[in-house]
Design a protein around this ligand. Structure first.
Ligand SMILES: *[C@@H]1O[C@H](CO)[C@@H](O)[C@H](O)[C@H]1NC(C)=O
Ligand SMILES: *[C@@H]1O[C@H](CO)[C@@H](O)[C@H](O)[C@H]1NC(C)=O
Ligand SMILES: *[C@@H]1O[C@H](CO)[C@@H](O)[C@H](O)[C@H]1NC(C)=O
Ligand SMILES: *[C@@H]1O[C@H](CO)[C@@H](O)[C@H](O)[C@H]1NC(C)=O
Ligand SMILES: *[C@@H]1O[C@H](CO)[C@@H](O)[C@H](O)[C@H]1NC(C)=O
Ligand SMILES: *[C@@H]1O[C@H](CO)[C@@H](O)[C@H](O)[C@H]1NC(C)=O
Length: 562
């Protein structure tokens, strides 16, 4: 077929197609809707978190709220009385008893005042061990009493929840706010291990430390804890497992309240799905007082370090001093500080500014400074959502970080521990934040960073980019609810036998480490290659010897003498 012929036939076909479509649309005037509805028959879903705490529970409850709207019953079980449950009036609450008073635990001072790493988690392990028995029984009983069909468990330090679901043979969905805990990659680490979040540009030694030494140290810690926990499991008649997270990764759906862009990109198995950032449908509005203040200031710095933050008088005073100087140097024209645990007594009575002038702290704390607004609590989302709020000085907790990303507010982060250092690095890599060091707070350093973050064009651009990504990501809480409904549906289909999640679990998890990675095959190839190279070398050496022998006759050889 020549070229012209081909073009002719091709045009004919195209014309035909166009005509067909024309005729078709002409004949069907009314479209018929695709119906993507699925079964929503009401089920009972238990939401469980041992440590409770707003940052753990809030996103889980926001997903649960979607399920609630679809007609399912939600039962929340946690320690203490979760007050924001007033935001979720239809959620039934069961309590483990009094809340875990984090401030009373002796090691919390160490976490806040000292350099943080994973070894500081031991006290949390100990606490979880001490209460395992009791917690497990309460999860189990609450589940039986409420005829629970599915567990939605926070998957950090919450073995009792995961075990109760396993013991009752109920499907369980894990919930986490960062991927490292379930799917570790060789090119990622965490400041928790005194490593950078990304190992992309790290030296060989650094990567060796971060992928071999630190994980081995962590394993040692986990091993100790796991042995003790398995003794308890044994006594309670629960199946033993080295790490609950491993069973979860092998059998269950795991929802990650994060999104790529903030979280560093990586591959994830199909049963691990990112559905974040999860935000609530509604947030409390600004108080009239706060609304007046923010409306009257065009460039507001908002400061909040989370409900558990406390520090030394010296550091509090440094923070306050830097805010006053930021206003005096016209970097911002207003500051809102939600003090939370910090009391008025936690400041020096007078502050000396860099120009030598003195300021009475009490005046500021009593809100007599025209440009500084001090409050015990602030409706954080509404503050960040206001166009006049230009910068957020935060501890970098997951909840605050998500709200800042969603509203596109650049951040200065003062990470204290846990996942906060990692969040700070992720935000820095995203180009919308800088971080301060809690061990060496410095007024000039804070001021330089505030100035940079407010002026830099790239920071603005990156914040807008992250805002877009966070907003489309936040729609996925509906997807999270869809996925949970699918787990409920398939369990129902199998008459509650909680069958293995074969459709989403990669075969490699069943094949074991060596077969799953084809290491045996690569080993064989390496063996063959080495054999070949060895054979060739052997042949070359033999040939050379042969040639040498031929060239130099043996009679020339002289016996060696010393
Ligand atoms: C406060 O500052 C001092 C040094 O000035 C430091 O040792 C301490 O860890 C800091 N504490 C916090 C919570 O930032
Ligand atoms: C992490 O990266 C920074 C630069 O981004 C570098 O200065 C630092 O040495 C790296 N390593 C650690 C352990 O922080
Ligand atoms: C590593 O270095 C390259 C080249 O300078 C850069 O593009 C990349 O962003 C760096 N990665 C990290 C995580 O800092
Ligand atoms: C693990 O347990 C052993 C003995 O109980 C103890 O000597 C060791 O210090 C523990 N290791 C960690 C990392 O806690
Ligand atoms: C709770 O744990 C202890 C060990 O710490 C064990 O001896 C006891 O039997 C457990 N209680 C129940 C109800 O199994
Ligand atoms: C956030 O701002 C938008 C306008 O930008 C407004 O419609 C919305 O009500 C605000 N939400 C809150 C909680 O302040």
């Amino acid at each position: 077929m020549n070229k012209r012929n081909f073009t002719f036939i091709f045009s004919l076909i195209l014309l035909n197609l166009i005509l067909c479509v024309k005729v078709n649309t002409a004949s069907t005037q009314e479209y018929i809707l695709t119906n993507d509805d699925v079964d929503h028959s009401p089920k009972n879903i238990m939401v469980g978190s041992y440590f409770g705490g707003r940052s753990h529970l809030k996103p889980m409850l926001d997903v649960a709220a979607v399920l609630d709207e679809r007609g399912h019953n939600i039962i929340l079980i946690t320690s203490g009385n979760y007050t924001p449950s007033s935001e979720y009036p239809t959620v039934k609450q069961v309590s483990f008893g009094p809340p875990v008073d984090i401030k009373k635990l002796k090691n919390v001072k160490n976490i806040i005042h000292k350099e943080f790493d994973f070894t500081r988690f031991t006290f949390m392990y100990d606490l979880a061990l001490k209460t395992y028995n009791d917690t497990f029984v309460k999860y189990k009983n609450a589940a039986i009493e409420n005829n629970v069909d599915l567990f939605l468990c926070h998957a950090m330090m919450n073995d009792a929840c995961l075990d109760a679901a396993h013991a009752l043979n109920k499907p369980v969905v894990g919930f986490l706010s960062y991927l490292n805990a379930i799917d570790l990659k060789t090119y990622k680490s965490d400041p928790m291990f005194r490593c950078n979040i990304s190992l992309e540009n790290e030296s060989f030694l650094e990567r060796f430390k971060c992928t071999v030494i630190q994980p081995l140290r962590m394993l040692n810690l986990v091993y100790n804890n796991s042995k003790k926990l398995n003794d308890l499991r044994n006594k309670m008649g629960v199946e033993q497992v080295f790490m609950s997270a491993m069973r979860l990764a092998k059998n269950s759906l795991v929802l990650i309240d994060s999104f790529f862009g903030f979280e560093l990109p990586q591959t994830v198995p199909p049963n691990v799905q990112e559905i974040g950032p999860v935000l609530a449908k509604e947030y409390p509005p600004l108080t009239p007082e706060l609304s007046d203040f923010i409306n009257a200031h065009k460039r507001v710095l908002y400061v909040a370090f989370g409900t558990r933050f406390f520090t030394t008088t010296e550091n509090n005073s440094k923070l306050l001093r830097s805010f006053i100087e930021a206003i005096n140097r016209n970097m911002v024209d207003g500051v809102v500080w939600a003090l939370s645990q910090t009391q008025k007594e936690d400041f020096n009575p007078t502050l000396t500014l860099s120009d030598g002038s003195q300021v009475q702290t009490s005046l500021i704390l009593n809100n007599e400074h025209p440009h500084i607004h001090i409050a015990k609590f602030a409706p954080q989302f509404a503050v960040l959502n206001h166009t006049n709020t230009k910068l957020f000085f935060s501890h970098g907790g997951a909840g605050s970080t998500h709200e800042s990303l969603f509203t596109g507010t650049p951040m200065l982060v003062l990470p204290l521990g846990g996942d906060q250092m990692g969040n700070a690095q992720k935000l820095e890599l995203a180009g919308m934040a800088l971080s301060a060091n809690k061990m060496s707070l410095d007024v000039d350093d804070i001021l330089n960073k505030i100035d940079f973050l407010l002026k830099d064009e790239n920071v603005k651009k990156n914040s807008e980019r992250m805002k877009f990504l966070a907003r489309i990501g936040s729609k996925r809480k509906h997807r999270a609810a869809d996925l949970i409904e699918y787990i409920l549906y398939r369990n129902n289909l199998d008459k509650g036998s909680n069958k293995e999640l074969r459709e989403w679990i990669p075969a490699s998890t069943r094949m074991g480490f060596i077969r799953g990675n084809n290491y045996d095959v690569y080993g064989a190839i390496l063996g063959i290659a080495l054999g070949l190279v060895g054979g060739i070398l052997w042949f070359i050496i033999k040939s050379i010897r042969f040639v040498v022998k031929k060239i130099s006759p043996p009679s020339n050889q002289k016996p060696k003498k010393e």
